[in-house]
Design a protein around this ligand. Sequence first.
Ligand SMILES: C[S@@+](CC[C@H](N)C(=O)[O-])C[C@H]1O[C@@H](n2cnc3c(N)ncnc32)[C@H](O)[C@@H]1O
Length: 248
Amino acid sequence: MDSMYSRDDELAVITPRLSEIPPQLPSLSNVSSCVAFGCGFGTLDLAFVRHCIANVKEFIAVEPDAACAAQLRMKLPMEMTNVKCVVHEETAQNWKGADHPVVAVLLIHFIYFLNPGERMAFYHRLMDSVLRSGGFVFVVIRPRHTDGEPSSHCQVLKRLNSKAQSELLTDRAVRDAMLSVGFELCYEKTYECHLNVEELDDAFLSIFPRVCLDGALSLELVRQTAQEVFGDSKKVRHDSSLGVFRKP
Ligand SMILES: C[S@@+](CC[C@H](N)C(=O)[O-])C[C@H]1O[C@@H](n2cnc3c(N)ncnc32)[C@H](O)[C@@H]1O
């Protein structure tokens, strides 16, 4: 993930724009509790907390990776003083749930890690038990260019997906699925971001098989596919899409 973060301008692009959201959704100021699924090292998730739901008093991170969970346990109390922080080192699918419904859920670059069946079950679970009425779900994914063409990064995934016979998630698919389980869309934004694709290292390439849900993909196949798509480019478009949904 470090390799991805260092190549990506997403944090720098999105963070200054996050303060545009609360004036459009004033009830975000009432968000007192939040669960972040797939919180990773918490980098982008914490930016959302600071700029969109700054009055949170309880923050739960659900993160199965031991190194990420260990860092979150150290970092969260330092970065969010006066907030009760809990880290559950487990998958979203195995998470037993909080003892009360929460007011916000963060799904920041997380949803790709669930297969389509798990994803639908998860959206239903958010609606049925995880969130309280009036609560918000923030979903960030990497979808497509603003002109509707797949980004170069998505093209790599798409080629790998066709080889791996799995599927590529789009922002429209997330929106349709969330609406189908009863959420309302209350904010949408696509952020124009870029990815540095010079000198493709193994750490960076190894992210693609994880996102493709097919660990069997060889790094050599990923490298070859990435080189075909990126060509001589130094930077490629790597937009991010945000959807904020509300439980009625
Ligand atoms: C791309 S990272 C995103 C990290 C962070 N949210 C961010 O955007 O900076 C995805 C995270 O999801 C976690 N993850 C993968 N499968 C998961 C699952 N089934 N349940 C919960 N988290 C999962 C990974 O360990 C990883 O830390």
